[in-house]
Design a protein around this ligand. Structure first.
Ligand SMILES: Nc1ncnc2c1ncn2[C@@H]1O[C@H](COP(=O)(O)OP(=O)(O)OP(=O)(O)O)[C@@H](O)[C@H]1O
Ligand SMILES: [Mg+2]
Length: 231
């Protein structure tokens, strides 16, 4: 399980801490949403969980081990991340984008990785974009391709930062359903400011407010307490 234990993080030069004594667990077999207003610390928490930044106090734990004590390569394989900016290489097709990491970082054979990538796109219902370049697919398709690429590495957890920011309401609903259909593939943690999306996609919720946990628990419960706090 991945968890934050008493994490405090302050950006250099910032007057207030972006996260203050944040403790929260992200159990397996649930899609978790991290929600909260802009600036509440959602992305910062995700960066701590993904060991991109080291908290001044407290720690992010993966199966009870400080994420910084796990060898980088092993950790990256267990925990996938899709940032808001998708980082698909523009000069490579979707298929090539998907298999690049497997071939280079893991030394896998091209034919084998191509087959796996094709099967994954098929499974995710976007097989038709296989040979297209990132400029030839929609924002929603690019989002799915980036997630498909991450899933190929069979991560234990996958963190998504604002995956619906480029999607309209209808596509967002379909995307929520799509994520839920992938629950057998990995454990998603989704950062979002979209409450409707969180409600549709997630089983559990963590609400941040000014860098602190305002509420957490089953999604409806977590959100209802957030609304109470807003009044
Ligand atoms: N690189 C940085 N340097 C200084 N302060 C930062 C930096 N990144 C974020 N912050 C500040 O830390 C706080 C938390 O930011 P964070 O990006 O985690 O919020 P967020 O909840 O993800 O917001 P959004 O919904 O807008 O993405 C904010 O007050 C923000 O201004
Ligand atoms: Mg953010």
């Amino acid at each position: 399980m991945i968890e934050a234990q008493n994490i405090t993080f302050r950006y250099p030069g910032a007057e207030t801490a972006a996260l203050s004594e944040v403790s929260v667990e992200f159990p397996r077999d649930a899609i978790s949403a991290i929600v909260g207003e802009s600036g509440s610390g959602k992305t910062t928490l995700m960066m701590c969980l993904g060991r991109f930044i080291r908290p001044a106090q407290g720690q992010a734990l993966y199966d009870r081990t400080d994420v910084f004590d796990i060898p980088e390569h092993a950790f990256r394989q267990r925990l996938g991340m899709v940032f808001q900016k998708l980082y698909l290489f523009p000069h490579l097709t979707v298929l090539e984008n998907m298999t690049l990491a497997m071939r280079h970082a893991f030394g896998r054979d091209r034919r084998e990785t191509d087959q796996e990538a094709e099967a994954m796109l098929e499974r995710l219902g976007i097989a038709e974009i296989l040979d297209r370049y990132p400029s030839q697919i929609s924002g929603g398709q690019a989002q799915r391709a980036a997630i498909a690429r991450g899933l190929l590495l069979r991560p234990d957890y996958m963190l998504l930062d604002e995956p619906t920011s480029a999607l309209d309401a209808r596509t967002t609903d379909a995307f929520a359903e799509w994520l839920r259909s992938l629950k057998d593939q990995t454990n998603f943690i989704v950062v979002t400011h979209d409450i409707l999306f969180a409600r549709r996609a997630a089983d559990r919720g963590v609400c941040l407010m000014n860098g602190q946990i305002a509420s957490e628990g089953p999604i409806e419960e977590a959100l209802s307490r957030l609304h109470l706090n807003e009044k």
